[in-house]
Design a protein around this ligand. Structure first.
Ligand code: PRP
Ligand code: URA
Length: 215
């Protein structure tokens, strides 16, 4: 944690050297989509450890080759929900660590002129209230997409929610605190500001385009 949480109580920023190193490579304009994709997945996998800290584990019995003992198991279903398209880039890394997680999909596209998000897909498990939900989107810019995504998740029954992103803007974190104060945001970095087109500065550009090579 890097101290930003004092200014933004809904934000946890990672100050881990491995995450910083990989994020710097992802930011580099010379990084192509193949390496960018790998970096996003790796960073997400590293972040999972902290993001899942509050998950409930129940005590169970396990038999080792030597004897019986008490162990722990997370028994509630975990749901990972990427916001298309760019959220898909972090989802593979999360699944590496939590292969049993279910995946819901939300499709949201930001209107380039108004910056308002437009929903085009909502495919979620029915019993979202049965366990923790992780919303995944690498970019938290104006916060419009994240706020709409949380509203869609709540509408579908989600109660135990957190968001994982790569780069957040102060404007996006503030918007989320106003709209959904109980949702903790885990970010690899908190950047300086938004530019006049709603892009995060210094940021990493358009995450979806860089991920899929559509720039
Ligand atoms: C990007 C990003 C977020 C959104 C952030 O997606 O992945 O979903 O913009 O901006 P906001 O905080 O101002 O809403 P985009 O709409 O460009 O779609 P894409 O992932 O398909 O490229
Ligand atoms: N979406 C992105 O992909 N990048 C930004 O900087 C802002 C929104």
């Amino acid at each position: 944690m890097d101290g930003s949480e004092h200014k933004h109580p809904n934000l946890v920023v990672f100050d881990h050297p491995l995450i910083r190193d990989k994020l710097t490579s992802a930011r580099d304009r010379a990084t192509g989509h193949r390496a960018f994709r790998a970096l996003l997945a790796q960073i997400a996998g590293l972040m999972v450890y902290e993001v899942t800290r509050s998950f409930e584990a129940v005590e169970i019995e396990v038999e080792t080759p030597m004897q019986r003992m008490r162990g722990w198991r997370i028994e509630t279903p975990i749901t990972v929900v990427p916001v298309l398209r760019a959220g898909l880039g972090m989802t593979g890394g999360i699944l590496e660590v939590m292969p049993e997680a279910r995946i819901g999909h939300l499709g949201l596209a930001r209107d380039e002129r108004t910056l308002a998000p437009k929903a085009y897909l909502n495919k979620l498990p029915r019993d979202l209230d049965s366990g923790p939900v992780i919303l995944v989107d690498p970019m938290l810019a104006t916060g419009g997409s994240a706020s709409a995504a949380v509203a869609m998740l709540r509408g579908a029954g989600a109660r135990d929610l957190r968001m994982i992103c790569l780069v957040a803007s102060p404007e996006g974190v503030t918007r989320m605190r106003e709209d959904h104060p109980d949702v903790t945001i885990y970010a690899a970095a908190l950047d300086e500001r938004l530019d006049e087109r709603g892009y995060i500065m210094p940021g990493l550009g358009d995450a979806g385009d860089r991920l899929f090579g559509t720039e």
